[in-house]
Design a protein. Structure first.
Length: 577
């Protein structure tokens, strides 16, 4: 169970004009901020997580749906191109293996072959056909150009077909200075050695193959080689043999769709496929804004809905938090006022316990006053002459001293009993303890209780509330007097604390407190007294010490006594609401 003093310390602090809640203005601001953050986190976190998941799932589905048509069209074009090139490659392989070297070196035979081939192929006629020997010289040629006798020994495609047996070249200009591609097939005979049959196809045939794919007017499809040079014209990236500024993706045997940023800084969806047995890479480009526009609309709608919900939730949270903190502040203020009343009631109860000693202390000077007044009356009534002046003055001095003594006692009592506001003043703790012991001096004298002081040298004064410190020490000393037998002793020591404050230790040689009760003595309504104990004295003492910025601890052992240690700061810091 939390100590009553701890609860009070968390709830209250003194003010200059009235008791007020312990939390300062910044404290309530921090509390309000904590409540808002905690409530907003609990309320908004699930909404944010759900929104992110929905957006992520929806975007994933939408991208998959956007990628599927690109992948499908790219696959169809890839198959068409591979079939187109495979037909011509197979036709050349069949011819070079079916015809002899001498037959292929005949102009008439080459013309008949190319005519039959172009008649048999549905699309993509061959432009020319040539027979090339192992040295790279074109021995025989049929076609629209004068290329017979040309030597291709320095051409890259010639060396490739010499190594691989069959080769499809990149699009290039060559001797005719027109974009075309070559399909070459190599054969070998014992009499003639290596020779090559080479056919060329206009690069426009490749464009016709891919432009008949059914793409939309916003799409772009083209072929590039492995170095990124265009093999067919592109709507967005240039003409044949120019270099595109799109990164050519790494080889993949399957059709892939990836996201990229083109040279214009626009996001694109790129479907690509490597054409088997050729140097070509097919690219299908669709601008992301054309396919993701609907997704962006849905995303913006969801984010707008989230923003509106967040604003409404935060508005409700802020209103509720303000109401909660305001109610809490009012409740704390009410509790502070009640605690102040409890403090004052406890003070009055202490005065009630001291009433007998105070009455006795006042009664003695009153008796002296009565006696001296009677003496004066007798002297004035029965004598023929006035009494000597010295005797009259002595009687009057005795009366005045007794009056002063009564005034001191009543002033001390009224000062302690007053319902004063909390104020800070410079206090000498030793003097204050002497004043408090003045209330108990008659009881100590009557019971022969010995009180000793041990005060450190150069003990500084402190700035705190006199009235509340009086109540703290009176409560502890009352408990000490109640715990000891007649003739016992109470020791009070004052010294410097390690943190620069003052330590006051009040030790009695009484009955002590059992260990089971030590943890509870500062709880409200807990008392070790069998008769007459309210259980509020030490709990109020604990709360006052904490409120003054100090600390209180207790040591006790049954049969040996109890020691209370109060540590007080030299200056009680004022807190602002």
């Amino acid at each position: 169970m939390e100590k009553f003093g701890d609860l009070l310390e968390k709830a209250f602090e003194p003010a200059d004009d009235a008791v007020r809640p312990h939390l300062s203005g910044s404290g309530y601001y921090k509390l309000r901020r904590l409540v808002v953050l905690a409530t907003a986190t609990v309320a908004l976190a699930p909404l944010l997580i759900l929104t992110v998941l929905v957006l992520s799932q929806y975007e994933s589905v939408f991208r998959r749906e956007a990628n599927e048509p690109i992948a499908r069209l790219t696959t169809n074009i890839k198959r068409s191109l591979e079939l187109f090139l495979a037909e011509r490659r197979s036709a050349l392989r069949f011819i070079i293996q079916d015809k002899t070297f001498d037959e292929l070196c005949s102009h008439e035979e080459l013309e008949r072959i190319i005519e039959n081939m172009n008649h048999s192929l549905a699309i993509g006629e061959m432009v020319d056909l040539g027979m090339i020997d192992g040295t790279g010289e074109q021995l025989c040629y049929t076609g629209p150009f004068q290329l017979e006798g040309r030597n291709y020994a320095d051409q890259g495609w010639f060396h490739e077909v010499s190594r691989g047996g069959i080769y499809i070249s990149d699009v290039f200009r060559g001797f005719r200075d027109l974009p075309h591609l070559a399909i070459a097939c190599q054969n070998e005979s014992p009499e003639s050695g290596n020779y090559i049959l080479r056919a060329t196809i206009d690069a426009k045939m490749l464009s016709e193959q891919i432009l008949n794919s059914g793409m939309t007017t916003h799409d772009d499809v083209f072929l590039v080689n492995r170095q990124g040079r265009l093999q067919t014209p592109s709507r967005r990236y240039g003409e044949v043999l120019s270099t595109i500024r799109i990164l050519v993706p790494h080889y993949s045997p399957a059709v892939e769709v990836v996201e990229q940023v083109d040279e214009n800084g626009e996001k694109i969806l790129l479907g690509y496929a490597y054409i088997e047995n050729s140097p070509y890479v097919l690219m299908y480009v669709r601008q992301q804004k054309n396919v993701m526009g609907r997704w962006f609309t849905v995303r913006n709608e969801l984010l707008s809905f989230l923003a509106v919900c967040t604003i409404l939730i935060l508005a409700v949270i802020l209103w509720g938090s303000n109401q909660f903190v305001r109610n809490m502040r009012e409740a704390a203020r009410h509790r502070a006022e009640l605690f102040h009343q409890v403090e004052y009631t406890n003070k009055l109860a202490s005065i009630g316990r001291l009433a007998a000693g105070v009455a006795h202390e006042i009664n003695n000077p009153l008796a002296i006053i009565n006696e001296k007044a009677g003496s004066m009356k007798d002297l004035l009534s029965f004598g023929d002459s006035p009494p000597p002046e010295e005797k009259q003055l002595a009687i009057l001095d005795s009366v005045l001293q007794s009056v002063q003594r009564c005034r001191t006692v009543t002033h001390r009592l009224l000062g302690f009993a007053r319902h004063m506001d909390v104020t800070n003043e410079i206090i000498d703790l030793y003097t204050l303890l002497i004043e408090v012991l003045g209330f108990l001096s008659k009881e100590a004298e009557y019971r022969d209780i010995k009180i000793s002081f041990n005060v450190s040298d150069n003990l500084p004064t402190l700035e705190s509330d006199r009235s509340q410190l009086q109540q703290v020490f009176l409560n502890i000393l009352n408990n000490a007097f109640a715990a000891v037998d007649d003739g016992a002793s109470i020791a009070i020591s004052l010294g410097l604390a390690k943190n620069g404050g003052i330590v006051v230790t009040i030790t009695d040689s009484g009955v002590g407190i059992p260990k089971a009760n030590l943890q509870r003595i500062f709880e409200p309504f807990f008392s070790t007294k069998e008769i007459g104990g309210t259980g509020l004295g030490l709990s109020i003492t604990y709360g006052i010490v904490k409120k003054l910025g100090g600390d209180i601890s207790v040591w006790s052992e049954v049969g040996k006594g109890t020691s209370f240690t109060i540590t007080l700061p030299l200056r009680r810091e004022a807190k602002q609401t």
